[in-house]
Design a protein around this ligand. Structure first.
Ligand code: FAQ
Length: 325
């Protein structure tokens, strides 16, 4: 249970559910059992999971675009291969996650449709532009690092298909994170120009990365219910703080400066305390007015339209194979 959450505040939309079934369901979660697709679950548990898993799938799918835009500009063949592999991994993560949401009754078509017409959310971070090659390292170090922090927690969540998808995804994201960290360390300890590139990338990605963890717990309407049902086992602020403590230590190790004039170490708690996050910017980006929102949706729509003939061919082949039986 998240330490910062008060479960007593929860209004359960599933209050109308059979109380005995609800009690048995919650007892299973308390015992640490996984809930599987055919099991009884409150309608609100299903709805929360579809919301979260589909948003997560969209994030992976849109998250291919920033790094994908550097594939043709990679400085050498090895880096190009690494980047192609990473982007391909993100596409695969999207597939696992769409499948996990399908086990709850959501259809692929309706999820994709919601993304393409702008109704669905996806992670705010992917609406920021990668301006230099150093950003490829910074995305691996910070963005994958933040994603892993959150996903390692979700690997322990109560819904079986989601938790199992997270185990595989975290293993792959760990490679991305190590690769990005290695690249940033090399730049930070390299020539003055390389160090300046790494610092510039950190300056631009630091605050958007902290926003990935979502609003403060006091402004996070979904957290109490997700915590009660073992979907979230740590809150937005708890995970953000863990990330901040770990990442600041790594940045200082290689002489990079965190772009936060209010940053201070609190001896009493043993934590780094950060300045104020610009939540106006966060909500602007989430609500469609970030630096790249329009570009990202246009790219996804174009890919979807360009792939129409593939979907038609697959459907025709499936139909033909079925009639041949
Ligand atoms: N961006 O009540 P809460 C990756 C929305 S994967 C956009 O706190 P919740 C891999 C939230 O949906 C990164 N919207 O919400 C990769 C809610 O709106 P709704 C994605 C956000 O669910 C790496 C509203 O604000 N990871 O990076 C954001 O309890 C590199 C109120 O917020 C996941 O999706 C945001 N940052 O907590 C790929 C993990 N934050 O739906 C390529 C699964 C909040 O009520 C390259 N998701 N919102 O209308 C989660 O853990 C949670 O959903 C949170 C939000 C923590 C994101």
């Amino acid at each position: 249970m998240c330490a910062n959450i008060l479960p007593t505040d929860i209004t359960l939309a599933s209050q109308n559910a059979d109380p005995a079934k609800l009690a048995a369901f919650e007892a299973r979660i308390t015992r640490g059992e996984k809930i599987e697709p055919g099991d009884w679950m409150p309608a609100e548990y299903r709805k929360q999971l579809v919301r979260m898993i589909s948003q997560h799938a969209h994030s992976e799918y849109v998250g291919m675009l920033p790094e994908g835009s550097w594939i043709t500009r990679a400085p050498n063949l090895r880096q190009k291969l690494v980047l192609i592999a990473k982007v391909q991994d993100e596409g695969g993560h999207g597939q696992y996650l769409y499948h996990a949401a399908e086990t709850l009754g959501a259809t692929r078509e309706e999820m994709i449709e919601a993304l393409l017409n702008g109704r669905a959310k996806y992670s705010s971070i992917f609406n920021y532009p990668p301006l230099t090659w150093a950003d490829m390292g910074m995305i691996g170090w910070l963005v994958d690092g933040a994603a892993i922090k959150n996903q390692t927690m979700l690997a322990h969540c109560s819904y079986g298909p989601y938790s199992r998808a997270m185990v595989r995804i975290c293993a792959e994201e760990s490679f991305h994170n190590k690769q990005g960290k290695e690249m940033i360390y090399r730049y930070a300890l390299g020539t003055p120009k390389q160090k300046a590139m790494a610092q510039d990338a950190l300056n631009r990605w630091w605050w958007p990365t902290l926003m990935m963890f979502g609003p403060h717990d006091s402004d996070s309407p979904n957290t109490p219910q997700l915590a009660r049902w073992g979907i979230k086992t740590k809150s937005n602020d708890e995970l953000r703080q863990e990330f901040v403590d770990e990442t600041i230590a790594e940045a200082h190790l290689v002489g990079l400066t965190i772009p936060d004039p209010d940053l201070r170490y609190d001896e009493a708690s043993g934590h780094w305390l950060i300045g104020k996050i610009d939540w106006d910017e966060f909500w602007r980006v989430v609500n469609g007015d970030g630096p790249c929102n329009k570009e990202r949706l246009a790219a996804r729509n174009k890919a979807h339209d360009d792939g129409q003939w593939v979907r038609e061919a697959l459907a025709a082949y499936a139909h033909k194979s079925k009639s041949a039986i």
